[in-house]
Write a new protein. Sequence first.
Length: 723
Amino acid sequence: MTRTLPRAASAASTLTLALLAAPIAQAQTPQTVPPGEALDELVVTARRREESLQSVPVAVTALGRNALADMQATSLGDIEAAVPNLALHVGDAQNAVVYLRGVGQIDSLAFADPGVGVYLDDVYLGRAQGAFLDIFDVERVEVLRGPQGTLYGRNTIGGAVKVVTSQPGDDWKLRGGLTLGSYDQFDAQLMASGPLVPGKLYAKAGIAWLSRDGYADNSATGKDDGDKETLAWRTSLVFTPSDSLRLELSGDGSRDHPDTSRTPARMTSVFGVPASTDPFEIDANFNDLNKLAVKGISGKAVWSATDALTLTSITAYRTMDYDAHLDLDATAADFFGVFVFEDQKQFSQEFQLSYESDRLNVVTGLYYFREHDETESGIFGPVIAFVSNSLNDQINRSYAAYGQASYKLTDALSLTAGLRYTHEKKSFARIQEFFGAATPLVPVLGTGARVTDVDVKADWSNLSPKFGIDYQINQDVLLYVSASRGFKSGGFDGRSNSADQALPFDPETLWSYEAGLKSTLMDGRVTLNLAAFYNDYKDLQLSSFTADENGAFSALFTNAGKAHMAGLEAEMHVKLTQALRLRLSGAYLDAQYDEFIGAGGADIAGQREMVNAPKWSFTFGGQYRQPIGTWGYASLNADVAYRSKTYPTVSSSEVLAQDGYALVNAGLAFETMDGVWQLALGVKNLTDKNYVTHGFDLSDSLGYQLGYYGAPRTWSLSLRVDY
């Protein structure tokens, strides 16, 4: 690991050692702080039980409801800068692109499993579509870095993003808000919760309407491009028939039916049409459909058999429907459009047994997951005399048994050991037909020339252990080291054109080694968390676009070989005064391919950069909050986030690579003294920076490249109530 870290990282290591000395020295001279001057304690469930964030020997970032509001977070993508080594944005097909420490997946089709799992109230979301969640009725978001297999139902090789919604309680609560903003933004949210039968039955219901025009103007139609019209809802019932039994029934759903899909900018000329001069002035004639509907229901039963022993059952069923026309030539001509009609259903069942005592904590469980995805998709390009249609029918089943135990050898020293067994089965059927140029928009399967007809299946098994040691130097300083193995099963290339290409690709495996520090300094005024890690990554599953032996467009999904990631992470929160708070986070990531077998069997590792793995990323922000007489409080929030050069495609295209850039956000808010009402004005991307988040490199076959840009400068004015 030392060999892979450059001088800058070595300097950071020296700084880390110096910072380690500070909390130890502080422990020798305890201080007292008046009540209210310490930072608030944040409780998380990273290890499937409630614990203080500062006592968890895991690299985890937690963002509570107030923190999310201060950073103007409206979707999961807005938390990217707040979490070290996180890349999170929406992809080309409304899919969540999530990377942690260089581990993730950019492909939006159903055959490619995510590298980082997104969980909604402990329910794993199987598809990338529908996982780019809006921040609606969210109590907190926890981001766990590194493999999480020994504690979570579905094994996630790179980490987990946990979205935790609010729960009804003994008091009636009413929360709501109205937001107006640029691009005709109009958001309205309302949530009510409370006891129907005090002490026995509780309920919650919430609804939200989230809308805005698209950020780009389409010269081909005169309309905006990539708008949003989302209706979302959440409900829950909680029944506590006795002190030892809690039953929860929850439902949620969202429907986004905008007028248009999102069209990329031309980064190069496309069949003679010049490259775009303005990323938000686009040309598209195949962007008229974009519908995403997600629904879910879950039941959770928690039985406390004794004070130490708890049995939990989580049953969930979810559906996702996605229909879209995507203009992937970004011109007004019918060169290269893609249509997608996807229907996904998933069922999961988890049984979990936990035991807690003064010395021993155990979490063990059984997990079952079944997913059925049918995707009809094809290429519509009559100008280049090429039209296709295909149907992929895939069923995934996952069976797992997991367990993790932590034992206190002394009051300060604890050992942790865990093990997970995973067995996954996948069946995959694909038919594909080609048609002439004069074919209707969506040609009917069974009427064209069939070129692909495969029906295959395979299964994989894996044992993934975890080992850890943590040492509580004093009540404010925790040191830990751990080693864990992650696993992601293989599958079948959903774009295969023949039986040979439908051979299964291999599973991914990753060994992660981590050392970390959790510290609370200055009698609670400062928290400083540090982590150093090394990942040994094998058989990476990568998606790329190239040319076949005839020079025609071809998509590949292959195992790259080997890679490693080494890095450092730091998070600090400081309460300088009662009015002024600062937050800082930084990350260094050295991510490199060790082996990448390309076309013709050549090792091209030295010619490729890892996807969504910037070497440096930093965030600095703060809040200044002061009372205004007896009226209330005024607060000013601001932050600046920087990330160095980033490659969004497997091809490592320099045309699509985004050089280092910084984004600045700022907000001003007034809150009544009782905290019931708040009026907030916010601006995101204050300097109106243009930056690429996602892209397509089609240069090998079609001869052009396309880029998707992040949002331009936007402003919003919000009125919120929390009663």
